[in-house]
Design a protein around this ligand. Structure first.
Ligand code: FUB
Length: 312
């Protein structure tokens, strides 16, 4: 009987360990995961939530001062490559802003371009709100060298970059609504007028754009909040700058009550995945978040099947 009991206990813990995949970063708070496949590995570039204290950020609000990058070959074992960009080393960032919000990273011609939103110290040129900067590296793990100034003509948060099959790159961001523009081949400057993108929801906050293409369909995906908690939704079109037409939800409101969600979508080893965040390890304070991932599937007509989050 004793032996059966121990076998059951070992089975229970093994099964739970194998299933207990989410959240997949557990030694720090992470949010806004942008996943990318570089060199047959998945790299995740999240925000890094820390707790604001008197004199450091705004108590009770988001507080972020740096970014780490994580990588994995199997989506189960993750390596933390450490800090890649920190606000104090970016020449144009306001040192007391603690607002290094949702980033993105993309590869072009062997260089890695890391985009991040935060406040600039030169408020006359860049305004008091958010603007978007770039840091460049030769490897996904860095070291990343920040540019001297942010991208001209962009005010907002949640940068996302998409490179189309013809090599044209696009930058998207959010400022309540979602905006997009072409990027020059240097990936550092806008190359067109800033556009709104067609039939996205007219009510409520839309942020965190993430664009990808599959079988000729361009997917504009975004968190959207009308009441209290964001849902991940999407619209589709035949052009990277739209117009897009609303289709529906990818993931419903967080069951843990986190008012934000923020996501990215990748294909890795012939399976699609959704990366997102909830506040699993901080149920009482939803500005200390944790990143998760789940499989994502498409219907034959290209619509996305809703993802039910796997909780820990
Ligand atoms: O992480 C700070 C902000 O919360 C992000 O920029 C938004 O997308 C939301 O997740």
């Amino acid at each position: 009987l004793k032996r059966i009991f121990f076998v059951c206990v070992i089975f229970y813990f093994t099964a739970n360990t194998l299933l207990a995949q989410n959240p997949f970063i557990r030694d720090q708070f992470t949010a806004d995961p942008t996943a990318r496949v570089f060199n047959n590995k998945v790299y995740v570039f999240p925000s890094h939530d820390i707790l604001a204290q008197e004199g450091k950020g705004r108590v009770g609000w988001f507080c972020m001062e740096d970014y780490h990058v994580f990588s994995s070959e199997n989506l189960a074992d993750w390596t933390d490559h450490g800090v890649i960009v920190t606000q104090n080393k970016v020449p144009w960032v306001r040192p007391d802003s603690y607002s290094m919000w949702a980033p993105d990273c993309i590869e072009r011609n062997g260089k890695y371009y890391f985009y991040f939103p935060t406040a600039a110290k030169d408020t006359v040129t860049y305004g008091r709100g958010f603007t978007i900067g770039v840091a460049v590296a030769d490897k996904p793990e860095g070291p990343y060298i920040p540019q001297e100034t942010p991208i001209k003509g962009v005010r907002g948060i949640d940068p996302n970059v998409f490179i189309d099959k013809d090599g044209q790159a696009y930058l998207y961001w959010s400022a309540g609504n979602i905006y997009g523009a072409k990027l020059k081949a240097n990936m550092l400057e806008l190359d067109s007028e800033v556009k709104t993108l067609g039939e996205l929801p007219t009510k409520g906050l839309k942020e965190g754009p993430f664009v990808f293409e599959r079988n000729g369909i361009y997917y504009m995906t975004y968190p959207h909040v009308e009441n209290k908690i964001e849902r991940l939704e999407y619209a589709i079109g035949t052009n990277p700058l739209g117009p897009f037409k609303i289709v529906g939800a990818i993931m419903d409101e967080s069951p843990t009550g986190c008012w934000t969600n923020h996501h990215s979508i990748i294909e890795f080893k012939k399976q699609w995945y959704l990366f997102y965040h909830h506040n699993d390890y901080s149920p009482k304070f939803d500005k200390a978040r944790s990143i998760s991932l789940d499989s994502l599937s498409f219907n034959a007509d290209g619509t996305i099947q809703k993802v039910i989050p796997t909780l820990r």
